[in-house]
Design a protein around this ligand. Structure first.
Ligand code: CA
Length: 404
């Protein structure tokens, strides 16, 4: 894409070169042309022409067209002025006509170039898509590097409250740069409405339904197995999701999440994909919105109702890509097996997919019963997360490759 702009810019320079020979009296006009060209050049430098989406390309084309139109207007005004001047001198008029023809040829080439760009729009992915199979909104996470894990200074900061965190958070290190191809990520956690669609179409039974119980954690180190707790009755018999269909589905295991993703034609995000989606690619922020903890930006133990909330309830807490509830509300399954030393072994691996085997899967993003200690972009949880683990605290969201 950069090549195209360079080509465009060269053509504009040629156009100015032609005009500059017209008449000394046109210096003011030339300055104006030069100013426009400098503006184009500066804007191109600023834009960093790494266009990832349809929307970005469209907006760049529109911008080019505006600039071209402005250039045409300036040229027309100059032509008028030159014409008046050359009326007094026949040879000057012929010279102007010749240069004018050359100029218009170059302008036409520019216009063709814009048309060529327009013809490539359909090849670019959209920034956001509505995915009909499960009625989800998915957001494009562009290809590129991001900073994964926790730095030494962050580690000191986040472990100073509790000595044991120096052990349990150690697996977030070392901080390292990871390259990921582009992918789509669900904008919201998967809701009860979506999960119900999956179950209606497939007759799927979750692990909790097959085994007749789910964990219902109430703030102690005990994990009570509650008979009848499943995604329809998350706290056991008598509880219901009927008034919370737009809340995230809970009491779903890793196995259940994978089954849903397969049905939807999606997959679970890798741990690296999840973290990039939460953190963005510009810095190593602690939280999706920045480095300052703000209980007003997520459903946490600090200000939440101590239960799930409708997805997207905290629009001010979105990640740099506009994803909601990346921290808080419910824990989210990711695809990877867990290993405490995986980061040490995965440095320089593009698109890391985690260890090839393991006992626990990874959960990310914390839930409505957590605080700033774990509701962070780089926090990893593996405490009890075997693949059939299910609780009222955990759900998931899906990812998808850009190409079908
Ligand atoms: Ca979440």
């Amino acid at each position: 894409m950069k090549q195209i702009y360079k080509f465009t810019f060269c053509l504009l320079l040629i156009a100015v070169g032609i005009f500059s020979g017209c008449n000394e009296d046109q210096e003011d006009g030339n300055e104006e042309l030069w100013a426009k060209l400098t503006e184009i050049q500066n804007e191109l430098d600023r834009l960093n022409t790494n266009i990832a989406t349809k929307d970005e390309l469209k907006s760049e084309i529109a911008w080019l067209q505006v600039k071209l139109d402005e250039l045409n207007s300036t040229i027309s005004a100059m032509e008028e002025s030159v014409r008046e001047e050359s009326a007094k001198n026949e040879s000057s008029k012929e010279e102007m006509d010749l240069k004018n023809a050359q100029l218009m040829q170059e302008i036409a080439k520019l216009q063709n170039k814009i048309a060529e760009l327009e013809s490539t729009i359909s090849a670019y992915p959209s920034k956001e898509i509505l995915y009909p199979k499960d009625n989800s909104v998915m957001v494009l996470i562009p290809a590129g590097e991001f900073i994964m894990g926790t730095s030494d200074s962050q580690f000191e900061e986040i472990t100073k409250e509790k000595a044991s965190h120096k052990i349990t958070f150690k697996h977030e290190q070392p901080q390292h740069t990871v390259y990921l191809d582009s992918f789509y990520m669900d904008k919201y956690e998967v809701t009860n409405t979506q999960f119900e669609k999956f179950v209606k179409e497939t007759g799927y039974l979750t692990d909790a339904e097959k085994e007749g119980w789910g964990y219902v954690w109430e703030g102690t180190n005990v994990w009570p197995r509650i008979s009848g707790a499943n995604w329809r009755t998350p706290l056991g018999p008598g509880s219901t999701i009927r008034d919370r269909m737009n809340h995230p589905v809970i009491q779903v295991s890793y196995n259940d999440a994978v089954a849903y993703a397969n049905w939807a034609g999606k997959r679970l995000p890798t741990e690296a994909e999840w973290e990039k989606s939460a953190r963005g690619d510009t810095d190593d922020r602690l939280f999706p919105w920045g480095n300052e903890w703000d209980p007003g930006k997520l459903n946490s133990i600090v200000t939440g109702p101590l239960t799930t909330m409708p997805v997207g309830s905290f629009p001010s807490g979105v990640s740099p890509y506009g994803l909601h509830d990346m921290v808080g509300n419910v824990w989210e399954w990711v695809a990877d097996w867990y290993h405490p030393h995986y980061y040490q072994n995965s440095i320089n691996i593009p698109n890391p997919k985690g260890p090839t085997s393991g006992v626990h899967r990874v959960l990310r993003g914390a839930c409505y019963r957590n605080n700033h200690n774990v509701a962070r972009c780089s926090h990893r949880d593996n405490y009890v997360s075997v693949p059939d683990f299910r609780t009222q605290l955990g759900g998931f969201r899906c990812a998808k490759d850009v190409s079908p």
